[in-house]
Write a protein that binds this ligand. Structure first.
Ligand code: NAP
Length: 259
């Protein structure tokens, strides 16, 4: 399917690895010019080089912490006018509801709620003025069903989801859609580090921890960054203009609900 976005320009934050990279790759495959970001310059430049080589699109890199106002300003300045925005940042650490201090909550809110909101506030006016735009926020399965060990994620992403629900309906009339993609367990570095934590806590091997988590997913396996990126690219396509303010689970059936 031709996604109809060849020649468009996208900003994908936190995109040197994992799900962000999957989204960047899929947009590049559709002919979209990219601005990508991550903190570590080495992996970021390696990813940019691989995408240029594979898909022949321009890729600009900005090494910065997207949760830091100064870093974010540099990313936005380099991005300029973008047609597509994919927001992403690292996820908060696991723990117990009683563990976290105010500072822990502020950090999680900054990364997983206020940063995507600030990015949208910066990019939406231009998209609306030009009459076309697509925003996809990478959130989490935890929005639909809380993950006990990820209370910081449950809380921060619920706030973002509320903001998107209202805002998506205020910008849709200008040809701009905002939707959230909710990953369940995907095979990335993040999943690896969570599995390592479980393996250590339960005194089992990493393979056993992975197998136990995979067994909780009806699909019987972890998702891939490629599958995730393809769903993101579709939401950014010309075909998805009537999908507004939705929260789309990509979890292999793990969230047990009817709707
Ligand atoms: P990942 O494999 O660890 O990749 C994270 C990417 O984001 C890396 O490129 C990292 O590069 C970059 N990054 C992290 N913090 C950043 C920051 N402050 N500023 C700029 N770039 C930053 O993670 P992932 O699995 O793709 O997860 C992406 C998001 O989806 C996270 O919020 C995660 O919580 C959420 N999620 C993931 C899963 C899953 O199973 N994988 C499930 C549910 C939700 P640098 O470290 O160099 O900055």
């Amino acid at each position: 399917m031709d996604l109809g976005i060849r020649g468009r320009r996208a900003l994908v934050t936190a995109a040197s690895k994992g799900l962000g990279r999957g989204c960047a790759e899929a947009l590049a495959e559709a002919g979209v010019a990219l601005v990508i970001n991550a903190r570590g310059v080495e992996a970021l430049e390696a990813t940019a080089a691989a995408i240029r080589e594979r898909h022949g699109v321009p890729v600009t890199c900005v090494a910065a912490d997207i949760t830091d106002p100064g870093g974010r300003a540099r990313v936005l300045a380099a991005a300029g006018e973008v047609d597509i925005l994919v927001t992403n940042a690292g996820g908060p650490p696991p723990g117990l509801w009683s563990d976290w201090s105010r500072e822990d909550f502020i950090r999680a809110l900054d990364a997983n709620m206020l940063t995507p909101i600030a990015l949208m506030q910066a990019c939406l006016p231009g998209m609306m003025a030009r009459g076309w735009g697509r925003v996809v926020n990478i959130t989490s399965q935890s929005v639909k069903a809380p993950i006990p060990s990820l209370g910081l994620s449950n809380a921060a992403r619920a706030g973002l989801t509320g903001f998107v629900a209202g805002t998506a309906r205020q910008v849709a009339g200008k040809g701009v859609t905002i939707n959230n993609l909710l990953p369940g367990i995907h095979a990335t570095d993040r999943a690896d580090s969570l599995d390592r934590g479980v393996a250590e806590a339960q005194g089992i091997s990493l393979e056993e921890a992975r197998a136990r988590r995979a067994a909780t997913i009806p699909a019987g396996r972890y998702g891939t960054a490629e599958e995730f990126g393809a769903a993101c690219a579709f939401l950014c396509s010309v075909h998805a203009g009537f999908i507004v303010g939705q929260n789309i689970l990509l979890d292999g059936g793990a969230t047990n609900s009817t709707l």
